[in-house]
Design a protein. Structure first.
Length: 267
């Protein structure tokens, strides 16, 4: 009896281990959502264009507000999530893990604001399994932290019409330098609202025009939002934001010692 029980457990264990697509594996930078299984996997040299805006088709052509294009080594994995867990849960866990490693969020959308799920699935990612209702999707594009600054990571979560939930992840290690990449103003505002703060370790010097304009535009999307700025150059950043139209009453200074610049949302 004991031998029979042991054999059954061993077979069950090997079936669990074999649930992933043969030859597939997790991305090194991204922890797996518990009990998720890989159902699609690719490793190829590819040229990719990742949207920084909702996806539409106009006159037969895909249209994005902004985009990031690069060529290099692509690793893509699609996870099917266990019953009882929704795609946005896995998406939130992945986003939090990547930001905790110092990755930079370049774009983030949810639901219908992302555009057509059919276009995301078939035109952007080339994976029909990812098609579902537009209101049940989420997408994020991140730039990885050093020493992987020339790598992009895309997340796409979808709950299909049959209630199956998937998280698709892609890491593109660019063959060349990516240069300066800026997030969208709406993405920074969403991150500030969701996390209560913006950590910008790269902004350790005097305010640059591009980032000052970007932060000002983000804050002006919500005229009721008040923030506290921390960092060695926080007074200079505050002055730069006021110069670009943000009301001074919305900007406080925080004396906390932080690397770069940090914005904390105030109640």
């Amino acid at each position: 009896m004991r031998l029979t029980t042991f054999c059954c457990l061993a077979l069950a264990g090997s079936s669990l281990l074999a649930a992933d697509l043969p030859g597939s594996h997790d991305l090194e930078v991204l922890p797996r959502f518990p009990h998720a299984e890989i159902v699609d996997f690719r490793q190829v040299e590819a040229e990719r264009t990742y949207p920084q805006g909702n996806v539409r088709r106009i006159s037969g052509q895909l249209r994005y507000e902004r985009e990031v294009s690069a060529e290099g080594a692509l690793t893509a994995a699609t996870y099917r999530l266990p019953a009882g867990h929704v795609a946005t849960e896995a998406f939130a866990q992945a986003r939090t893990a990547l930001l905790g490693q110092g990755s930079e969020l370049l774009y983030w959308c949810e639901g219908r604001e992302c555009g057509s799920s059919s276009l995301w699935a078939n035109a952007v990612f080339g994976n029909a399994r990812l098609y579902g209702p537009d209101e049940r999707q989420a997408y994020a594009l991140l730039r990885l932290a050093a020493p992987r600054r020339d790598s992009l990571l895309a997340l796409y979560a979808i709950t299909r019409g049959n209630r199956r939930d998937y998280l698709h992840v892609e890491q593109l290690d660019a063959a060349g330098e990516l240069g300066e990449l800026l997030p969208t103003p709406a993405t920074l505002l969403r991150q500030l609202r969701a996390d209560g703060q913006l950590l910008l370790p790269g902004l350790s010097g005097e305010p640059g025009a591009a980032w000052a304009e970007l932060l000002a535009r983000s804050l002006m999307l919500d005229s009721t939002l008040r923030v506290a700025l921390a960092g060695a150059q926080a007074p200079a950043w505050r002055a730069a934001l006021v110069e670009r139209g943000v009301r001074a009453a919305r900007l406080e200074l925080d004396e906390a010692a932080v690397a770069g610049l940090r914005l904390n949302r105030l109640p």
